[in-house]
Ligand binder design. Structure first.
Ligand SMILES: O=C[C@H](O)COP(=O)(O)O
Length: 243
């Protein structure tokens, strides 16, 4: 089991140049956190925010190194701008941009090619949970979105139930445990005990300062992927303090 949790913030399409102040406030309040931290701002802010005390990541990348792909950004460009990680296959990208497990796997391979940590997201919709398909869905996404070659250093998985994102609703601790235990077993089966046990499993979906501590008590929860509560130093700091 990984010994330090990772608390990653996904700013989504939020943040302007003035958001640098949030990171300064965060570092001042938490100079020596007990967990690893990552902030994934919009691409426009990566170069400006990278290089400081808080590691910076991207929210997506193209699988090609370069070329005629208007509006896209390669993994190499993220690394060149100072990013050390990238979120891939977030449900908002899957829903809004038609990303599939196949494209997510190609992007994961690209992230590794550029030396980035890939944070690959999986998670069921509410209808899939109601139909008792959760483990089937996340198992299928995990298997097809992650290419061969994963290590504890180049991959983290984020379990994000789609219905819990931005809604204030979360699964019960037992439900989180069931999915994380399943994902752990799948990783061990595929990549072996040492690698499979070392890959961090993050929970995401309405993580707040008020519920983070109890979520972090769940076995096989090695951190969090935080959306809304990563936008202020107070809320994100509260989650860091709980880790
Ligand atoms: O990537 C982060 C997740 O989508 C969670 O978002 P949320 O914390 O606003 O629910």
């Amino acid at each position: 089991m990984p010994n330090r949790k990772l608390v990653a913030g996904n700013w989504k399409m939020n943040g302007l140049a003035a958001s640098a102040a949030m990171l300064e406030e965060l570092v001042a309040a938490h100079p020596t956190p007990a967990c690893d931290i990552l902030i994934c701002p919009p691409a426009t802010l990566i170069a400006a925010l990278a290089g400081g005390a808080v590691p910076i990541g991207g929210q997506d990348c193209h699988w090609a190194v370069s070329g005629a792909h208007t509006g896209d950004i390669s993994a190499e460009m993220l690394a060149d701008a100072g990013a050390t990680a990238v979120i891939l296959g977030h449900s908002e990208r899957r829903a809004d941009h038609g990303e599939t497990d196949v494209t997510v796997a190609k992007k994961t391979h690209a992230a590794w090619r550029a030396g980035l940590l890939a944070i690959v997201c999986v998670g069921e919709t509410e209808a899939q949970r109601d139909a008792n398909e959760t483990l089937d869905v996340v198992g299928r996404q995990l298997g097809a979105s992650v290419p061969d070659g994963a290590t504890a250093a180049n991959l983290a998985i984020a379990y994000e139930p789609v219905w819990a994102i931005g809604t204030g609703r979360t699964p019960s601790l037992e439900e989180i445990a069931q999915v994380h235990d399943f994902l752990r077993a799948e990783l061990v089966k595929r990549f072996g005990k040492e690698t499979g046990s070392g890959i961090r499993l993050l929970y995401g979906g309405s993580v707040k300062p008020g519920n983070a501590a109890e979520i972090f008590t769940v076995g096989n929860v090695d951190g969090a992927l935080v959306g809304g509560a990563s936008l202020t130093a107070k809320d994100f700091g509260g989650i860091i303090a709980a880790a």
